[in-house]
Design a binder for this molecule. Structure first.
Ligand code: NDP
Length: 483
């Protein structure tokens, strides 16, 4: 199987290769085969990308916003037309099953391009009366933005960052994760096919060092990272040196609280979506599932039955519901957490093993009787491992749910609407769900509190993260100077 792109980088409207950069082998997670070889960006390649972005951004910012928006909407339409092909590529890049990629990746990328394309022309300033004088404000683009992506949603992450950046008049240099370098190149191709002028969306490949050199370049006004908390700390600190704008979409260890009056099957469905979708490699996953004691054993019994019925296998088979983990290192990390769960006394309800054969498959795994101090209840695993904890009272579960340094997401299942809103109002998380889990429509702000991040992606909130306000004071009379 091959998925070799035309070249490693996409700069100034064209593919660019520089084989002087260290090789990056793309491995298909379902088989372990190398399907493409790319090269890291050398400093010269990074410089070209930033120079192209800086040059192109000046004219782009002067264009009628409605024209910018039209290009993004055209790109959205192309993405939808090419959804199957893009989904296959996403599956090759990540190992996620086609059943998921057909509905979750290029489609959500297209949603973002469509949404921000439509919003481009709606961004306005305000007029502030001061009697005789007045002030008006202008929402201006920031300039050159850097996007750095994680490996779990390479198409979606590229679009979630590119769409608002471009809509509001910025240019972007995007560095995908070295593990999933393929999809962002196609996003760049499609944007240009839709009419995006050269230089406005550039893709450069590389490991952490390439990302680090982008973050500190003086031409860069903003950095938007999707990644882990340790990387977020480094990138945030590096960006602070130049007082750059940042958006940090980082990791989580989110609570999902299930009260005994909840619809059991819906709650189990939510917990499974929030732990097993994309083999558990989702930042907002509800990996601490708090179940009220009265329903615990019934919950576990049905959860076990439904989990054991999950179809694992070839990601290209549309009947497959769960694929492998991204690579061998992530598989080993997750197996290490499963071992820790066993050693620290959690009860293994189902799963817990690697599947024999090629690829990096781990069974969907459920631990019960997990306590708050166990490693699997404290650290982000980023794999298909659900920790079920018991609780008795609302007050107790809120305190325990918030007892974490993360604050990305949280969920509540209950049929008592008053309680649902009361609990959500006390949860320390950027995104909460009531009787649902892990839905992230482009219309809704998405992001974290505490160590899970700063800033918000998607929604109207993104305007504030990809523009800056200029205040213009207009004097309408003589200057009243005391000298
Ligand atoms: P990492 O933090 O390892 O990497 C994220 C990106 O940052 C990669 O492109 C990486 O490059 C790059 N990078 C690493 N070091 C630096 C540096 N010093 N300066 C600049 N860039 C750097 O995350 P993963 O790719 O492992 O993704 C998983 C993590 O992402 C999880 O913690 C998950 O929760 C989080 N995530 C958060 C989301 C959110 O919206 N809140 C959504 C999805 C994931 P390279 O990979 O090439 O080393």
């Amino acid at each position: 199987m091959r998925a070799q792109p035309q070249a490693s980088h996409f700069i100034d409207g064209a593919y660019v290769e520089d084989s002087a950069g260290a090789p990056i082998d793309v491995v298909y997670a379902a088989s372990g085969e190398t399907i493409a070889r790319l090269h890291e960006a050398t400093p010269a390649v990074i410089d070209c990308a930033l120079a192209a972005a800086a040059r192109a951004q000046r004219d782009w910012a002067r264009l009628m916003p409605v024209e910018r928006g039209r290009i993004l909407q055209r790109a959205a339409a192309i993405m939808r037309e090419r959804n199957r092909e893009l989904s296959v590529l996403e599956t090759l890049d990540t190992g996620k099953p086609l059943q998921e990629t057909l509905v979750a990746d290029a489609t959500s990328g297209a949603d973002a391009l469509e949404y921000f394309g439509g919003m481009a022309a709606t961004v306005t300033g305000e007029s502030i009366p001061l009697g005789r004088d007045f002030v008006y404000t202008i929402r201006e683009p920031l300039g050159v933005c850097v996007g750095i992506g994680a490996w779990n949603y390479p198409t979606q992450i590229a679009c979630w960052k590119a769409a608002p950046a471009l809509a509001f008049g910025n240019a972007m240099v995007f560095k995908p994760s070295e593990v999933t370098p393929l999809c962002a190149l196609i996003v760049a191709e499609i944007l240009h096919e839709a009419g995006l002028p050269a230089g406005l969306f550039n893709v450069v490949q590389g490991r952490g060092a390439a990302g680090a050199s982008l973050v500190t370049d003086p031409r860069v006004a903003k950095v938007s990272l999707t990644g882990s908390v340790p990387t977020g700390r480094k990138v945030y600190a590096a960006a602070a040196e130049g007082v750059r704008h940042v958006t940090m979409e980082l990791g989580g260890k989110s609570p999902l609280i299930i009260f005994d009056d909840a619809s059991l099957e819906d709650a189990i469905g939510g917990a499974m979506l929030g732990n097993f979708y994309s083999s558990g490699q989702v930042c907002s996953n509800g990996t601490r599932v708090f179940v009220q004691r009265a329903i615990k054993e019934r919950f576990l019994e049905r959860l076990k039955a439904r989990t054991e019925a999950i179809a694992m296998g070839d990601p290209m088979d549309e009947a497959t519901q769960m694929g492998p983990l991204i690579n061998a290192a992530q598989m080993e990390k997750v197996l290490g957490y499963i071992e820790a769960g066993r050693n620290e006394g959690a009860r293994l309800v189902t799963g817990g093993a690697r599947l024999n054969g090629a690829g990096y498959y781990i069974q969907p795994t459920v631990f019960a009787d997990v306590t708050d101090t166990m490693t699997i209840a404290r650290e982000e695993i980023f794999g298909p491992v659900m920790a079920v904890l018991d609780f008795d009272t609302e007050e107790e579960v809120i305190a325990r749910a918030n007892d974490t340094e993360f604050g990305l997401s949280a969920g509540v299942f209950t049929s008592d609407l008053t309680r649902a809103h009361r609990v959500v109002s006390q949860l320390e998380a950027g995104t909460c769900w009531i009787n649902a889990y892990n839905l992230a429509p482009v219309e809704a702000p998405f992001g974290g509190s505490k160590l899970s991040g700063v800033g918000r992606e998607n929604s109207k909130a993104a305007v504030g993260h990809y523009t800056q306000i200029k205040s213009v004071y207009v004097g309408m009379g003589p200057v009243d100077a005391p000298y």
